[in-house]
Design a protein around this ligand. Sequence first.
Ligand code: NAD
Ligand code: SF4
Length: 425
Amino acid sequence: RDKIPHLPEIYADSNINLLLRRAKENRTVDIEEYETTGGYSALRKALNKFTPEDIIVLVEESTLRGRGGAGFPTGRKWRFVIQNPKPRYLICNADESEPGTFKDRIIIERDPHLLIEGMIISAYAIGAEKGFIYIRGEYPAGYMILENAINEAYERGYLGKNILGTDFSFDLYVYRGAGAYICGEETALIESLEGRRGHPRLKPPYPPQVGLFGRPTVVNNVETLSNIPIIVTYEQYFMHIGPAGYYGPKLFPVSGKVKKPGVYESTMDITLNELIDIAGGPIGKPKAVFSGALGVYHPDEFDTPMDYSPKGFGGTGTTIVLNEEDCIIDSLIVIANFFHHESCGKCTPCRVGTYEQFNILKKFQEGTATEKDLDLLIHLGKNIPIGSICGLGYSAPNAIMDAIRKFRDEFEAHINGKCPGGVCF
Ligand code: NAD
Ligand code: SF4
């Protein structure tokens, strides 16, 4: 434990105390504390009371959706995988790297057994005997904490052969990434786990059909898997947590111009306005919210709930607040630079297009852009996704296109030599 690097001070709070029940303080909960506060009782219950099919039905009924960003129904993904023969694998995607996203690290660093317990129950449900946690290289403390926690779980009989005296066996491994955002794309992650360069594969087939080493595989995010012990514990009562169809807790990483940046847990009927209030309120007058790399929201939309409905702000829940002293273009450049840097280069429209997006935005920042540059940004925004094969290329223009739709006046102002935030030129 001495070797574990210092954990960063990240404020965390919750009004429902489910995922963050043990994780509000900046320290790692060990297995003893985890057990004495009810930990691993969901696993006992799952193995003693439920068949794997019972658990899949529970997860389907829970309406749990993938918390990594795409919001795909977890039960449906599990249903797909069990239609294919064993051996099957379970992978936890802990390669959290979306700009402004730091929610999974709170679970990993502070309550690792919640994730491990969720993985053991999930593996039992889908019939997997081996599981992998793929953690981003930039989370060295998280990697060591997970290794320690997995050892603790082996020592207590929660991992390994004949878990808790049953005929279910499960081994769990941690694998460290090397700092590439693209390895969070599930097929690139699988390639990387197999020892190859992390380049995405064409989908379909999806991992539940052809995944790790060609076998049926479920890839779920840290927060998604950490919901499983809660679902097993609460059963039907889980459907009392939050709005209809979008049940369960959600983590929201909030940063930027708020008084108390941090990770907040809530139900998904919370709106952006309420989230900003919980995070201590805004600093200055809010101008926009950047939701990771996915979208840009205007204050007129701040009363929309953060759920996975077509108009909701689901995704990762990432909330970066900008105020009147910020410049939309300047902030977009950070996102564009990120995508240009992280594009794996396999598809030309993504490799070249993300670079061009960055260059054009720089022209706006320097005061040399014209109306033609705005048209070119729109052209790229429409065409990069068409020529791309993975989520990075599909979403690289999202924030820029959203900003052009909702903050066109900022682009026009820069063409006319003015920066509304007073940041550029
Ligand atoms: P996707 O919509 O293609 O797939 C979502 C999940 O559903 C995948 O696991 C996929 O295998 C599964 N799926 C979809 N259709 C299926 C089918 N017919 N059969 C079986 N399984 C099926 O999205 P994606 O490319 O996996 O993820 C994109 C999202 O990830 C974006 O929202 C992006 O913001 C987010 N993301 C998040 C982070 C982060 O740090 N949290 C990093 C990168 C990307
Ligand atoms: Fe690589 Fe971009 Fe193609 Fe994805 S879309 S495979 S990141 S080049």
